[in-house]
Write a protein that binds this ligand. Structure first.
Ligand SMILES: [Cu+2]
Length: 172
């Protein structure tokens, strides 16, 4: 009887450890993107240039993108690339001052709003603009600095899905 109760307590501890590691595996990551005085964006070890958009390419649904502007003026606006150039669009982002029903197709949501319905999206600002990756996010979303335009480009992308396990091929 005594042995049995020890075993079940070990089982319970093992289950608790498994549950907590599963929870951390799904925890949202924060992706810090910084705008610099030399008109570049950086993310991790990567730096943008006028011809090389910053690649923020490991996003997952639920993650947070933290656009940081330590020294004004810079800002963040999403863009559409067309054959003739690029046009600014606010469609992909549900900003602090908008209601969810006004943009059912938004793929990013501005968070940490306020006090009041103030938004940093599409504006020159100093500080931080935080965006949550929504389940609707599928295709890459291009952006540039709202102040320096095409000089400071970037792209937001989902992390590629893990490759499926390879099934050994039979020789024919
Ligand atoms: Cu800028």
């Amino acid at each position: 009887m005594r042995i049995l109760s020890i075993r079940s307590s070990v089982a319970r501890t093992t289950l608790a450890v498994m549950l907590s590691s599963a929870a951390s595996a799904f925890a949202a990551n924060t992706h810090v993107v910084v705008a610099h005085p030399n008109l570049t964006w950086t993310y991790g070890g990567k730096t943008s240039s006028q011809t090389q958009p910053l690649q923020v390419d490991d996003l997952q649904v639920g993650d947070i993108i933290d656009i940081q502007v330590p020294q004004a003026p810079h800002g963040f606006i999403t863009i559409n690339k067309t054959a003739t150039g690029q046009t600014e669009t606010k469609d992909p982002v549900l900003a602090c001052d908008e209601t969810a029903t006004s943009k059912p197709n938004a793929v990013l949501r501005e968070i940490q709003c306020g006090p009041g319905p103030t938004s940093n999206f599409g504006k020159s600002f100093k500080g931080s603009l935080k965006l949550e990756v929504l389940p609707t996010f599928k295709n890459p979303v291009d952006f540039y600095c709202v102040v320096h335009k095409a000089v400071m480009p970037g792209t937001l992308k989902l992390k590629p899905a893990a490759a499926p396990a390879k099934v050994p091929q039979k020789k024919q």
